[in-house]
Design a protein around this ligand. Structure first.
Ligand code: SF4
Ligand code: SF4
Length: 299
């Protein structure tokens, strides 16, 4: 497994049966997402709040929102029916850490009822430093942070505002706080021995020339994997494209950037940008078999 060659033994042991982190494992191990987290604490230009968080999930999809209770039920039903189920993630539909009660209630109960399932979570990072202690109490060994920049100047073009200490903070000032929180959260997770993957959305003309530097910095701080994802620019998905005429990268541009970063970092190239309620092996989605009305009749 080429992609994993430079990982230490310790990290390799942790990721070998994780479908998202091992190109091999994704054929044999299944993952699911539960959509328990509706709120978000920032605004990304490429996000249309009608849809799932575009940082980890497939753009333009609306997932069925679950209560923690329903999420636990669904997870147990999936685990009973898909024996390869090894990983449960919370990735939306908003930012999981902007919904700490719902997210941590789900994690707490799953780490008690299903201790063999690995848990993971993705976040924009704003609330991360305040969540690290709680994250480390559960069975969570992977966190994904979406880091699109380390420069507030560029950040202001990606994030029109953040919601911070009960106020909306706009522009460079907001972006600076977000960047600081992301970097601090990354350092705190690494210090706790929790694996960190970094997602970046490649936005041509905005952060495309800047992401190689982001890759260097997050690697130096101990992130184990960098996943550069293309901005998916379709007018109906968000405000960025409509208002600013922003386009997504083409396949060659994406590959060039991934190659440029790979000198410094393990790159993830098989992320499928799954839905916030995805179920099954990567590349398949069995979510329809486990809707709420169906799991009610399974027990
Ligand atoms: Fe949308 Fe996710 Fe950005 Fe929040 S973090 S604005 S849900 S893309
Ligand atoms: Fe894995 Fe990417 Fe899908 Fe998340 S979105 S479950 S990292 S393949």
């Amino acid at each position: 497994d080429d992609q994993m060659n430079h990982l230490s033994e310790e990290i390799r042991a942790k990721v070998q049966n994780h479908p998202c982190y091992s190109e091999d494992a994704h054929h044999y191990f299944a993952r699911m997402h539960v959509a328990v987290a509706p709120a978000c604490n920032i605004q990304c230009h490429y996000c249309n709040r009608k849809y799932d968080c575009a940082n980890e999930s497939r753009p333009g999809v609306v997932s069925e929102l679950l209560t923690p209770d329903q999420a636990v039920k669904k997870t147990m039903a999936v685990a009973a029916n898909i024996p390869q189920m090894t990983v449960l993630g919370i990735a939306g539909p908003g930012d999981p850490l902007a919904n700490p009660e719902r997210t941590f209630d789900t994690f707490r109960r799953l780490s008690e009822d299903a201790p063999d399932i690995k848990l993971c979570v993705s976040t924009n990072g704003l609330a991360l430093p305040d969540s690290v202690e709680e994250l480390s109490k559960h069975n969570i060994d992977h966190v994904t942070i979406t880091i699109n920049c380390v420069d507030p100047e560029i950040g202001a073009k990606i994030y029109p505002w953040i919601f911070w200490e009960n106020r909306r903070i706009k522009g460079k000032k907001g972006a600076k706080i977000l960047i600081e929180q992301q970097q601090k959260g990354l350092e705190m997770l690494v210090a706790k021995g929790i694996l960190v993957k970094v997602n970046s959305v490649m936005i041509p003309g905005v952060n495309d020339k800047h992401l190689a530097e982001v890759s260097k910095i997050v690697k130096a701080k101990g992130a184990f994997l960098h996943n550069v994802m293309p901005l998916i620019a379709e007018a109906e998905h968000g405000t960025f494209y409509g208002v600013m005429g922003q386009r997504g990268p083409n396949a060659a541009e994406l590959q060039d950037l991934q190659d440029e970063c790979s000198g410094d970092m393990n790159m993830m190239r098989h992320c499928r940008q799954c839905r916030a309620d995805a179920v099954g092996l990567l590349g398949e989605d069995r979510g329809d078999e486990f809707t709420l009305d169906k799991i009610e009749t399974m027990e």
